[in-house]
Design a protein around this ligand. Structure first.
Ligand SMILES: [Zn+2]
Ligand SMILES: [Zn+2]
Length: 92
């Protein structure tokens, strides 16, 4: 089992992460560390859209929660229009 020292590290990690996972539908994003990858939700907790944390083309991971295209190969991961524009406008 872990030591008390590990505990503190874990605590700090909750707000950070080396990598990012993003929702393709609503732009929700979360950061994560290597060891969390296996436990990442595949569905967005906000809209149940698809979460993605690897480039579909080259398998590179994302370092930014604002990732819209793969940093390694440039493939577009989600539409840029999502940013700053509400996806679902209230009412009609
Ligand atoms: Zn979402
Ligand atoms: Zn890529």
């Amino acid at each position: 089992m872990g030591s008390a020292g590990n505990w503190l590290k874990e605590e700090r990690r909750k707000t950070l992460g080396d990598w990012a996972s993003v929702c393709l539908a609503c732009g929700f994003a979360q950061r994560y560390f290597d060891e969390w990858e296996a436990e990442l939700p595949t569905a967005c907790p906000q809209c149940e859209g698809e979460m993605r944390w690897r480039c579909p083309a080259c398998d590179a991971r994302f370092t930014s929660v604002f990732t819209v295209e793969c940093e390694a190969c440039g493939v577009e991961l989600r539409p840029r229009e999502l940013f700053g524009v509400p996806i679902r406008k209230p009412g009609r």
